[in-house]
Design a protein around this ligand. Sequence first.
Ligand code: ADP
Ligand code: MG
Length: 700
Amino acid sequence: MEKVNVPELFGSLVFNDREMKARLSKDVYKSLRKTIDENVRLDEQVAEAVAKEMKEWAIEHGATHFTHWFQPLTGVTAEKHDSFIEPTGDGGVLMEFSGKELIKGEPDASSFPSGGLRATFEARGYTAWDPTSYAFIKDHTLCIPTAFCSYSGEALDKKTPLLRSMQAINREALRVLRLFGNTDVKNVSTSVGPEQEYFLIDQKLFNQRTDLVYTGRTLFGCRPPKGQEMDDHYFGVIKPRVIEYMEDLNQELWKLGILAKTEHNEVAPAQHELAPIYSTTNIATDNNQLTMEIMQKVAKRHGMVCLLHEKPFAGVNGSGKHNNWSISTNTGVNLLSPGETPYENAQFLLFLCAVIQAVDDYQDLLRLSVATAGNDHRLGANEAPPAIISVFLGEELTGILNAIRDDKPYEGVEKVIMKLGVHVLPRFSRDTTDRNRTSPFAFTGNKFEFRSLGSSNSIACANIMLNAAVAESLRQYADELEKADDFETSLHNLIKRVITEHQRILFDGNGYGEDWIKEATEVRGLSNLKTTADAMPKLLDPKNKEMLIRHKVFNEAEIQSRCEIMLENYCKTVNIEGMTMVDMVRKDYLPAIEEYLYTLARAVDSMKSVSENVKCRYEISTIEKLTDLTDNILTAVEALEEALAALKDCEDIFATSEAIRDSILPSMNTLRGYVDAAEMLTSAKYWPYPSYGKLLFSVQ
Ligand code: ADP
Ligand code: MG
């Protein structure tokens, strides 16, 4: 690969602050900055000026089209390209782009999911520019990040509620900071660094697997002789073809101003990870969507396919996404970082409590924010955190919290009574070396790592819930402390109370153990929502609705529609998987096994014609076992077909999702078991699909 100048490359396809400063007049730049930083409305003239410069810049960088780029509830991003051309009347064209076109778009939105929010005769939704996320160029198209709403203003996307949740946490955190005498902070925002896992497999093999093509995961396939048991892949030497891919990918991401930083092999063969440097949640979310898209695109260039499915291979570790999350001020203070002074530490402890309480009070919202058919395969399967949400704090912090709770001396570095009269708090170190990988929600020094996200999830959903839930704890604290006569005593009492009341959510032990599930659900009363069908309806619980509406993250109609859309996605996904299985079994597996059986039977015939005494033990025992299996396969595929057909009799989406959970998924498992057993007995020459071994070890 030729040498690249990274600083020059970085952000070269982004209309970022540097470009704006260089190209816009001082006044225009200043008003745009005000819009970005302080949420001030953009006036038309400014929009016009920005559009003009943006277009010039885009054309210089090879763009011919523009698009409003948005994140509908389908889970992928959407774009509809318009070219800049405008006829001049003399047979020629000019390249035009107006302020109006920058600010607002009206895509025909009738086929995006709206969960009944937008009646189909009212097909128009609109997109609105989000100036807090920079415009960029992709495929010769100027992409303008936008929010997507119905005509009556309801959010039809993931960005709008995310921005609203960021406003909520900003508002409530500022109230709390003021109580600590913080007057210079203007803005508080959350930051995220999402670690992204993925698989790379050979394109030719991928194309041969109907299941991968239709569903993104293998629905059949028996375990290869070698899997991940040797632990030789994790952080192992990266193969040349993968290195080339990663280099190419990094460059594409850097051009788009995405801070791709770390890359390494993951636990499973063919599995890798990419982590960016963290950024503001809204930007991190846009960037992660783009990253996933570019990962797939670049893989194609290298003759590979990038699988983002949470569980592409049964029996092999699936892929997740770790959402590293923190809250910081515009003055550069990370509120989840233990401070240097006791005073800062008290503030830190209060923000820590806000997160602990938020996770406990809204376990179900966090769980459902990561619920998809794909992710259900990972959570609780001893490779990812369980479906039970709990918080890991590490030994030192737990010791401090317990000391506060019990009014006992803290037995750490310095022996002091944990009376939080602000000045007597001990200093504690920043590093928690103890890395508990089994916890879904772990404090890792100066941030929380929410580890339950699936690799294909948009991080928007998790962060909407997290921001909103923490905003709610902060609101309660501000309400209480604003009324207090003696701030320090009230603060101490509040922290002590929160630690005591939310003790049950704190767990530092092994999250994969059976004991934990029992303790969590039976003793601590934590929720264990195993599937999307169990989790998603919790969105409609009055306590959850009340909180989300109070902080203006969603309105009533939006909550109802989102719940239905997410359940619909779940049902559709599994339905397609079921139908794909039927198709593969009837068209390929059964005929292939039959062909092999026929070969064996002919062999027995011919051998017996040579000598009556030959036993043909291999042929005959295989025929016996395989015909048993084909009988079972047939019965199982018929059962699955019946279960799929019965779905249409379900009353509503809730009933359908329960049927998916209780009848479709178990029928699929049964069918798979028989087919995989037959794979072990059938000659590879006859088997119609590439094996797990080939798929997992094909990229060198
Ligand atoms: P690992 O978890 O693999 O040990 P790190 O903890 O160093 O790796 O970082 C993982 C991710 O967390 C990276 O994307 C990093 O940018 C992000 N991160 C680091 N600090 C913060 C922070 N204060 N807020 C949010 N994300 C952060
Ligand atoms: Mg990590």
